[in-house]
Design a protein around this ligand. Structure first.
Ligand SMILES: [Mn+2]
Length: 340
């Protein structure tokens, strides 16, 4: 088994948790299965003791992940309900965040109140991070794999069903259903353990992936007829304008997974989405097949991510930012090509 983190690190996390009275759990805005599944598994761990804890996210639970909330643990931040509670927390545990600011209001509350924070993540973080404990394993397929290790090190009994539902969801979504190149032995061992406790893994798959709205498919149809190729098809990019979204009656979350779809095209190494937001910014989403890393482009644009999946938010309307973003992606790929 690949051991990404030392036993000592997990023991330290365990100690911090048992020394705390009130613990806040959170993940990044527009959360994905990895962040949410990790939160669920940790919440199940905290439930075993009498510690007061809450999961408070800056974004609501997406519809396809509602099944994770059987116990009604997931709360969406609002000042009135949460500000005082967060102020009195003595520990925060953040999952899968990439860049701490992506917790938005929750990030502000935590830093303003100087709360001890543990970061558990498989994304790189800058040297001058604000965390009390920064546990990062760039080789972990999902943050959920790290949470799995933590639980293994700190529990004398087997992981329960809810923990494994969370961790399985994390691994399934971050590996593209065990297909991406980050899928390793541990991912499959987690799958075995999940099946062994009787979790219906097909039901999880169907909830997450076979749950497309008709508006999502209508919008997908639009973007598929307008894919642009650069560098002999190495880079494929597409755009979603405000008008396209409104015309299709689609919502922001309908767009999830589009970039993965475009990456699946023969010959394409990097897929790029430029998604115009209603607030005058554009969401940039990048996916790589493995030959080139995409987080460099995202970092230059003020975002973050890892080698194969990264993103950023840039200011400006789509026609205004488009050329610059595409050129940056082209340049970044060409730079890597010249290193070979
Ligand atoms: Mn992740």
């Amino acid at each position: 088994m690949i051991e990404g983190n030392t036993k000592m690190e997990w023991e330290e996390v365990g100690k911090k948790i048992s020394g705390a009275k009130r613990i806040l759990i959170s993940t990044h805005e527009n959360p994905d299965g990895d962040g949410l599944g990790s939160e669920l598994a940790m919440a199940q761990y905290l439930k075993r003791s009498s510690v007061d804890f809450k999961i408070i996210n800056t974004s609501p639970l997406p519809q396809e992940y509602l099944f994770l909330d059987k116990d009604g643990l997931f709360e969406t931040y609002n000042k009135e309900d949460h500000s005082a509670w967060i102020k009195s927390a003595d520990l925060a545990i953040i999952f899968d965040v990439g860049n701490f600011v992506r917790c938005r209001k929750v990030f502000e509350e935590i830093t303003e109140n100087n709360i001890d924070t543990i970061n558990i993540d498989h994304h790189p973080h800058p040297e001058n991070h604000p965390f009390t404990l920064n546990i990062v394993d760039l080789n972990a397929a999902a943050t959920g794999c790290m949470v799995f290790d933590f639980l293994k090190h700190n529990m004398s009994v087997p992981l329960n069903k809810q923990m494994l539902i969370g961790i399985y969801t994390a691994v399934m979504t971050d590996t593209g259903c065990f297909r991406h190149s980050n899928t390793d032995e541990k991912c499959h061992l987690i799958a075995i353990e999940t099946l062994n406790v009787g979790v219906d893994t097909n039901a999880i798959y169907q909830r997450v992936y076979e749950n497309s709205t008709k508006t999502r498919i209508a919008l997908l149809g639009r973007i598929l007829t307008d894919i642009h190729y650069e560098l002999d098809g190495t880079l494929a990019w597409f755009q979603i304008t405000k008008k396209m979204l409104i015309d299709a009656k689609a919502t922001k979350s309908d767009v999830d997974g589009f970039t993965d779809f475009v990456r699946s095209i023969n010959g394409v190494q990097v897929a790029l989405m430029i998604f115009e937001q209603l607030d005058g910014t554009c969401r940039i989403n990048l996916r790589g097949k493995g030959k080139y890393s995409v987080n460099g482009i995202a970092n230059t644009l003020g975002g973050g991510g890892h080698r194969l999946a990264a993103g950023a938010i840039v200011n400006g309307s789509l026609p205004h930012v488009k050329e610059n973003v595409i050129n940056m992606a082209i340049q970044s790929i060409q730079e890597e090509q010249s290193l070979v």
